[in-house]
Design a binder for this molecule. Structure first.
Ligand code: AMP
Length: 423
């Protein structure tokens, strides 16, 4: 056996310390904000039948063509989920949520897997929090969803998010637009990159979002100028609703999103702190996906937010990543003091306060240093003489804080008075 230290796989990482706090905060903010808008949490498996993603995301997408982790433990081909929407829609149909009255608002969070070239903000195992609102074609819902994403970033203290917005039409008007675009792109093909040339036949809309060729493609016909009346009305209503709520956005004809299932509204959030991979989240309407996966025609809209990119922005903006402070640190001196302190702390925790102590037999001074390092609000000190008198010393760790001797049967009450409410 080699004694080389084992490392995690390239493109994956560990989350701990300050980064771990940011990671937890992002998930907590998702639960908080999304539930405020009426979304319920759904958790689906991290692996599904390959067919779900091939049909749901689209065969001609980068993800399905080359980025999926697919394995075949038996005759059935399985894939680690590269995104969350397909699994949520599968669950929505499997559990007949479409037969329940009204709109279903669901949110999810967890790891996603894509075999991409790792770089800053781009991993092979990354995390997303996202929402899906299934069962309504109301443009006000598109606007609410976009605003909710912004509320999520704001709740974490992330400022400077830009929202790009576009409409890519529906199955009525998109085929015509594709042809218009093909005509316009054809004479440019010799000057466009290899991947644009290969996308020309397979997925012409993606030519619009190629960063290498942006200069050459910026004057191509815009999808929003080629919408049918219904898509045009929808787009206007989304914009009006966002204007009415004061939500800032820019219309961007080059925004088409990488996945096949989008219809009408598409949007992306970007942040300048992220460098080349500046998309911090994105989504859109996907009125055809439920039907594509075997269900009835069901209009839907959703988004996914990249947790690692949220963490990068939080770090760049020095957003608070602090955890709640430790309420009580127990300093037990000598064997008897140590044991008795363990008993007192059990009562402190049972009373709903956080508590910790030393388990390494360190000196009083070293234990006091540990209490400071952990930002404890209070320390309890218990040595032989305190034990004999049946008291414990309660020390307020704020500068100039008081120190008092309290009988065992009253110490919890004293702690409650000293711990500020709201922690
Ligand atoms: P997508 O499902 O591709 O629309 O991605 C939604 C969001 O997930 C993006 O805006 C990114 O913030 C994040 N994301 C996508 N791919 C990756 C990746 N490989 N590594 C880290 N974050 C990612």
């Amino acid at each position: 056996m080699s004694n080389e230290t084992l490392r995690c796989i390239e493109g994956t990482r560990d989350y701990f310390g300050e980064d771990g706090n940011r990671y937890e905060k992002a998930f907590a903010a998702a639960a908080n904000i999304f539930s405020r808008y009426g979304y319920e949490k759904i958790s689906t498996p991290v692996f599904e039948k390959t067919e779900l993603f091939a049909r749901g995301i689209g065969e001609a997408t980068d993800i399905v063509e080359k980025e999926m982790y697919t394995f075949k433990p038996s005759s059935e081909s399985l894939t680690l989920r590269p995104e969350g929407t397909a699994g949520v829609v599968r669950a929505y149909l499997q559990h007949s949520m479409h037969k329940q009255a009204g709109l279903q608002k669901l949110w999810y969070g967890g790891p996603m897997f894509r075999r991409e070239r790792p770089q800053k903000g781009r991993q092979r195992q990354f995390h997303q929090v996202g929402i899906e609102a299934l069962g309504s074609s109301d443009p006000l819902l598109d606007a609410e969803v976009i605003t909710m994403g912004l509320a999520f970033y704001a709740s974490l203290g992330i400022t400077g998010i830009k929202t790009r917005l576009n409409s890519i039409g529906c199955k009525e008007c998109r085929p015509g637009y594709r042809e218009t675009l093909k005509e316009a792109v054809k004479p440019l093909l010799p000057t466009l990159c290899k991947s644009c040339n290969s996308r020309y036949e397979r997925n012409i809309l993606r030519v619009l979002d190629c960063k290498h060729c942006a200069d050459k493609t910026k004057d191509l016909p815009a999808s929003y100028d080629n919408l049918c009346d219904c898509c045009n009305d929808h787009f206007e209503a989304v914009k009006q609703s966002m204007d009415a709520s004061g939500t800032q956005y820019v219309i961007d004809a080059s925004l088409v999103r990488g996945l096949d299932y989008y219809t009408q509204t598409v949007f992306e959030y970007t942040h300048s702190a992220l460098g080349a991979q500046d998309a911090i989240g994105g989504g859109g309407r996907y009125d055809g996906l439920v039907e594509e996966l075997g269900g009835p025609v069901t209009p839907a809209v959703g988004f996914a937010i990249g947790v690692e990119r949220v963490m990068i922005a939080m770090e760049a903006l020095s957003c608070c990543n602090c955890t709640a402070p430790l309420m009580v640190y127990g300093i037990g001196l000598g064997d008897a003091g140590h044991r008795a302190m363990a008993g007192l702390l059990a009562r402190v925790r049972a009373a709903g306060m956080s508590a910790d102590m030393d388990y390494e037999g360190r000196s009083m001074k070293a234990q006091m240093r540990a209490a400071n390092r952990k930002n404890a609000l209070l320390t309890l000190i218990l040595g032989e003489s305190e034990l004999e008198k049946g008291i414990v010393v309660v020390k307020d760790m704020k500068e100039g804080g008081s120190q008092q001797e309290v009988p065992f049967d009253q110490f919890l009450e004293t702690l409650r008075k000293l711990v500020p409410s709201g922690i």
